[in-house]
Design a protein around this ligand. Structure first.
Ligand code: NAP
Length: 465
């Protein structure tokens, strides 16, 4: 094949990949088309890789193959063995590797072409190195915090924000100097080193509770770094894919901040998760009402409407299949069952949707917060399975609460509230939930999977008895 034909083929492959990436994002935004979205993304990526491998600049495939097998040896076990509940930290690791790749490619380009870098290319390269390096160390820190290898609480000291911003200012200053004087090669490692240190310092004052939002922001930085790399390498597909990644990560962070009623500045500089952790848990032991699976089954069976509220505990217990059995058993008895989905229930956006879809619960039974909230007033039973913060009424009225202003599911408006959890322990925000002390609330203490299983058993026992 002539060089021209190969070049045309690469461009067509890239165009098809870009279209598939856009379609993938579009389809991923609705449960009914999400599977197709995953396929589109995967085929798009395959086309992008194949197109890139056709480039005539590639002299030998040997190192590419080494990288391919090494990457697969790390990536495949990560995808197969990491549990659903560890997806945030898995994502953090992927961002770390992606950002490191961008920073390393940038470094190679800098040293290979130092003498002929135009100011535009050098600007893109500096941005690529800055974002790639800080995202690399920042994502590793986020991984460490979520995996609890590092302390999850915010690590703070006086004047921290001034120190961090000064360091960033020096790094940006060096970047600007390098754009004007690309030949100052000795400054380059210093520039990169400062960006790496800034990534660490940026993340240590942020508490574990805010890590998922931070990861999504780091995702955005990694995307922007890749887009800058696209300008350096004059690769249009990389620019498109990086821009899509950068924009979608940013939009996701905004959605998460809104759902938690937090501002970006508060997430990045607020050291959330510090003060309230101390106030959590213990306190004086106030009385609560508890019940057995049999009692819960009797109440659920007599209800005409039940709204199930899943949360992080359902994910940990992997109770979604038992929840499906409960849904089926109640529906069979003529009870109208719906599911209330809070935008930040669980540990990542869409966490509950994915789990419930895995258990084949019909999509039309899943209602978003704004749709379901007006219905709680006419609901007989709100059954909360491993959710906590997203149901805490303090968010509506207690100005001193760290979650004040966060939109919540109005479960306390239902006639009866049932809460399945193992103890009186706090949720992610580390605060007590006043819902548990209401007269209408019954605490169902136990692991979500076994408790729901026991309710189902009690229901079918009643059927045969
Ligand atoms: P949550 O407030 O973290 O509470 C989960 C509850 O599940 C805990 O109180 C725990 O109580 C219970 N639990 C744990 N394991 C269990 C098991 N095996 N069986 C039964 N119960 C179990 O969860 P949430 O209501 O879903 O709220 C999510 C929180 O994460 C919010 O604060 C949100 O802001 C934050 N967050 C979410 C995202 C996101 O994108 N989804 C991002 C950032 C932050 P016990 O220990 O007593 O069992």
């Amino acid at each position: 094949m002539s060089q021209d034909v190969i070049e045309q083929l690469i461009q067509v492959t890239y165009l098809a990949a870009a279209v598939l990436f856009v379609l993938s994002l579009r389809w991923l935004s609705a449960p009914a088309t999400a599977r197709r979205g995953v396929w589109a993304g995967e085929i798009g990526m395959l086309l992008a890789v194949v197109g890139t491998l056709l480039h005539h600049e590639i002299v030998s495939y040997q190192w590419i193959l080494v990288g391919f097998f090494l990457g697969s040896a790390i990536g495949v076990p990560m995808a197969v063995f990491m549990p659903m509940t560890a997806v945030p930290q898995r994502t953090a690791l992927s961002h770390a590797f992606g950002a490191l790749a961008a920073a390393l490619v940038g470094t190679a380009e800098y040293y290979l072409h130092t003498s002929d870098l135009s100011p535009f290319t050098m600007s893109a390269l500096a941005l690529e190195i800055l974002l790639g390096s800080l995202t690399f160390t920042g994502s590793l820190m986020a991984f460490g915090k979520l995996q609890e290898i590092l302390p999850t609480r915010p690590v703070t000291y006086k004047g921290q924000n001034v120190v961090n911003l000064s360091l960033l200012a020096v790094a940006v200053g060096l970047g600007v100097y390098l754009v004007a004087n690309p030949g100052a090669t000795l400054l380059f490692p210093l520039f990169m080193g400062l960006a790496l240190v800034f990534g660490v310092l940026l993340i240590i004052p942020i508490g574990g509770a805010d890590m998922p939002t931070v990861i999504s922001l780091l995702n955005s930085y990694a995307g922007l770094s890749a887009a800058a790399m696209g300008f350096v390498l004059e690769n249009k597909l990389l620019i498109i894919a990086g821009a899509l990644d950068g924009a979608s990560g940013f939009i996701l962070s905004v959605i998460m901040c809104k759902a938690m009623n937090r501002s970006f500045t508060n997430v990045l500089f607020g050291a959330f998760g510090q003060a309230q952790r101390g106030t959590s848990g213990k306190g004086e032991a106030r009385p609560v009402r508890s019940a057995t699976p049999e009692e819960a089954a009797a109440i659920l069976e007599a209800a005409s409407s039940v709204v199930i509220v899943p949360g992080y505990g359902m994910a940990v217990a992997q109770a979604q299949h038992k929840v499906r059995e409960l849904h089926d058993a109640l529906t069979k008895r003529g009870v109208a069952v719906k599911f209330a989905i809070h935008p930040v229930a669980g540990r990542m956006p869409g966490h509950m949707n994915v789990l419930l879809a895995e258990a084949d619960i019909p999509y039309d039974k899943l209602l978003e917060m704004d749709e379901i909230n007006p219905e709680f007033g006419q609901t007989d039973v709100a059954l909360i399975i491993g959710a906590n913060d997203v149901t805490n009424p303090a968010a509506r009225h207690d100005r001193s609460s760290p979650i004040y202003g966060m939109p919540i599911l109005d479960v306390d408006k239902a006639r009866t509230v049932m809460v399945i959890k193992r103890s009186m322990s706090a949720g992610f925000a580390g605060i007590e939930n006043e819902l548990y002390y209401l007269d209408k609330t019954m605490m169902l203490f136990g692991d979500a999977k076994s408790f729901v299983g026991n309710i189902v058993k009690a229901l079918s026992g009643g059927e045969h008895g």
